[in-house]
Design a protein around this ligand. Structure first.
Ligand SMILES: C[S@@+](CC[C@H](N)C(=O)[O-])C[C@H]1O[C@@H](n2cnc3c(N)ncnc32)[C@H](O)[C@@H]1O
Length: 238
């Protein structure tokens, strides 16, 4: 099975318990709940009035849902994810209130998004870049953002130690063992394969500069233990 198919199968299996699983993992590793994590991301991100917003890898739609619940200054919100069952859950969470503007949900890969150039003012991506080829993701985000449009990405970050010989192999092995024991072989493979996509703040900075993003800001939050990789929030403008 390819990594791509394994990601879809992993998240299809996780869908019914996704929020509970993520909440438990964030509390265990980072000492914050899933709700708190989204609250921090949205607190740091300023959303312009009437913005056309895209949440990449929206999962069960918790980022759009929190935006919708907190304010509605004329936003139009779209969600994209590669796993259909996650989007079915997102649809229930986001579109059951018929009096609200519906959130448009699209099943597609973030490596090749079915949107025209310059169509969004703000793009989010939470807890997902480690499953992706980040260079393709950034090139796609740049393409679909309007000039002056912003990206706000939150994910796990690495440290320079990860680039020492043998360290990534060790982390991959530990990740595989941890997830195989707690979640099963599919998730174990998905998380172990994602280790090479996890980047440090400086690596993100270099990539964003390469892709011509401006006004780059990268915030590192604290994880619960010093040896657990910390969350980072990356923001930039086209
Ligand atoms: C850990 S979940 C994060 C969901 C949501 N953003 C959140 O904050 O809870 C990762 C999501 O990324 C999606 N995903 C993984 N690779 C993807 C890709 N290439 N394109 C689009 N979605 C992808 C998965 O299907 C899954 O829903």
């Amino acid at each position: 099975m390819s990594i791509h198919d394994n990601i879809i199968e992993t998240f299809t299996e996780m869908t019914p318990n996704y929020e509970e699983i993520v909440n438990n993992e964030l509390i265990r590793f980072w000492g914050i709940s899933y709700k708190e994590f989204i609250r921090i991301l949205l607190h740091i991100t300023s959303i312009p009035d009437n913005a056309n917003i895209l949440d990449i890898a929206t999962g069960t739609g918790q980022i759009p849902l929190t935006i919708k619940k907190s304010s509605n200054n004329g936003y139009r919100i779209h969600g994209l994810d590669i796993t259909y069952s996650m989007l079915q859950e997102a649809n229930q969470n986001l579109n059951s209130n018929k009096s609200q503007e519906p959130t448009k949900l699209t099943c597609a890969s973030a490596m090749e998004m079915p949107y025209t150039n310059a169509s969004f003012d703000l793009v989010f991506c939470g807890l997902a870049t480690h499953h992706m080829k980040v260079s393709s993701l950034l090139s796609e985000i740049y393409r679909i953002l309007n000039t002056g449009g912003k990206l706000s990405i939150a994910d796990v970050g690495s440290t320079p130690v990860w680039n020492l010989p043998g360290v990534k192999l060790l982390i991959r092995t530990l990740a595989f063992g941890y997830y195989a024991y707690n979640e099963g072989p599919k998730r174990a493979w998905a998380e172990a394969s994602s280790v090479s996509n996890v980047r440090s703040a400086n690596e993100w900075l270099d990539l964003l500069v390469n892709y011509k993003f401006k006004k780059i800001s990268i915030k590192k939050l604290k994880s619960r233990y010093f040896w657990i990789p910390s969350p980072i929030i990356i923001q930039a403008e086209k």
